[in-house]
Structures are given as C-alpha cells and as structure tokens.
Design a protein around this ligand. Sequence first.
Ligand code: GTP
Length: 364
Amino acid sequence: MKAVILTGGKGTRLLPLTHNMPKSIVPVLNIPFLEHVFRYLATHQIRDIILAQGYLSRPIQSYFGDGEQFGVRLKYITEATPLGTAGAVKNVEGYLDEPFLVLNGDIFTDLDITAMIDSHRRNRAKVTIALTPVADPTSYGLVLTNPDNGITSFLEKPTREQAQTNMINAGIYVLEPDVLGQIPAQTSFSFERELFPLLLSRGEPCYAFPAADYWIDMGTVEKYLQLHRDLLNGQSSQFTPPVPGEIVVGERSFIHPTARVEGRVIIGGGCTIGPNVVLKEAVVGSGTEILAGAVVEESVIWWDSVVGRRVELQGSIVADRCILHDGSVVRGCVLGGGVSIAGDCRLGVGSKIWPDKTAGIEEG
Ligand code: GTP
C-alpha cells in the first residue's frame, strides 16, 4: 500500500522553530521527525511514500533524496498554493489507483496500521479514520460512532458539554481511490471539515479504527517537549530509552568526569560536556558545547550550540547554532536557530526568540 504524508503546512504553532525549518524534519531525539515515521511505516511494509509538500519543501527533499538510504521510496509533489489536507491528496491522484494511506506529517504513533488496513477491507469501507483517546477533546475533531465502529457524525472543537466521547480523529486514514472524485481539483479542501462530512451525508461507508496505542500530534511547543519526555520514559514501543543515569552518547563526545547525569539523557556526536555540568532528562544534539557548571534540565538542544558557564536551562527548546552566554537563565523558552542570549540575562518564562536574534539586558 502507498502512503501519502501531508507535509505542506506552515506549522505556525511550532514557531519560531518552524520559521526556517519545516515541522516534519524538526529533530526528535536528534533524528529528523519524518525519519521516525518512515521507520514506523516500513515496519508495516509500507515503503512507497508520496510527500505532499508546500511550505519549505526543499530541505526535506535534500535530506531524504529518493529515500533509499532510509529504506523507503519517496516521491515529492509540491503545491503552488496550499490546497488543504484533502486538496493536497487530490493533487497526487495520478499516483493513486488502489486503496492508500494518508498521514498528517506531525503524528508520532504506535497505532497498528496493518490491523487498520485489515479492518478497512473487512468493513468494505470507503474511508477508515483512526481514532485516539485524549484527555481534553475540546480542541480537536471528535468522531462519533455506532457499536460496529460505523461513523455517525463529526463534531469539530466541541465544548465540554458537547463532547460525548474523547475519541478524536488521529490524522491517519485509509481511503479508496474513487473518493478522490469528490474533491475539487486545485482547490483548498479539508478532510476533516469537508470531505468526510460530505461522504457521510451521501451514505458512503465511513468507519473508525479506535486505538489506544501511543499517539501524539507534536505540532505545538508543549507537545514537542512532551514527545521527548514520553520517548525518554519508554511510552512508545519504537524506542528503548536509556537506563536512568546511563548516558547514551554519540561518537567523539567528551564528558568531563565531574559532570553529573540524572534521569535519562541522550547526547549526540562531537559534544563537549564540561566540569560540574548537570544534565537531567535532556537531549543534546551533535556538536554542542556545555560549559562548566551549567545545568540543563528537561530541555532539547538541536545542534552546534554553546551553553555557557553556569547557565540554567530548563524546560526549553534551543534550536541550532545558539549561544547562551555565561550565567544566563532560560526557563520555559523556545530559541530559534542562531539566537544569542546575553550573559547573566534572565529570559521571561514562555519567551520565544526568532532565529538569528540577540536577546539580552541591553536589548530589554
Ligand atoms: P499549524 O499552522 O501549527 O496549525 O500547523 P500546520 O500548518 O501543519 O497545520 P495542521 O497541523 O492542522 O496540519 C496537519 C497536517 O497537514 C500537517 O502535517 C501539515 O503539514 C499538513 N497540511 C496542512 N495544510 C496543508 C496543505 O495545504 N498542503 C499540504 N500538502 N499539507 C498540509
């Protein structure tokens, strides 16, 4: 079966990380996000993948090429203007003549796609939508079903009172190719708000595939950090976390004997971790230097950054090539690529600094 992965969105909720980096290749555990998705699909024997692209398509193409190195075969189709989730799939119709899978490009899940495809076939469905439970469904699209998993209605962003179920659309679909005939060509069109309600109103067999397996949409800063926390805590079957206190470390990295590692920590290649540094529940990308006495906790650092002496970094994301000068305090912040934080500067909790900016006392 072929898969179409939607990677054309702007990823505004993940700004400033997505200012110059498409959401689908932000690193997760030091690996571009889509690489995890390709591995996952390959375990379900899905290796023919079409990437429906738009915003910032080039970096994805230049990293993955034809996909061979990653065990998949990739085709890239780029939209001139955003066509929405269903419009993007209509745009690749020429490559789809059998039932196919569609995935949002920001979902990390252990959901059993093989079982989902089997259930699609058994039900003779036109569309099967994976469902996942969430604690608070009010910001998602709810899918209501009968006891046989036949879909009865859709409810976008319900109030607490309206939410009769906590099963939401998980952003993974199996579709018959003839449903593409219902989507207007070269027009922005949505699966969630337009195509699926339309198919239901026409009496087409629409089924759900509820699953309780690990699932997260990593499209916000909070969820991106949550995904790292979950993976480090062994919530997904796709990643065996390090034993607490044991460091997973890449080649050519140097860790000073007085540095302390607490909880689960992953360090990429070519890093230097200085004396008396404390690392706790952190992911440190390749080529990063952490200088004496710095404390890095529950944070993700991409690559080639410098964390200065006595810096306190907590609950934050630091993109590539950042410099946190000595004594700066950064808690609950997101720093875009190439950001510089002045020495002894205390950034406000929740600060988001755009790429290549300098933040510090003199700049207010
Ligand atoms: P936000 O701006 O933060 O909402 O993110 P987003 O632009 O990625 O939108 P959203 O998370 O709702 O999109 C779900 C998935 O569909 C993501 O993988 C997007 O990349 C993808 N997507 C959204 N709109 C389009 C589009 O117009 N074309 C294509 N090809 N993909 C899209």
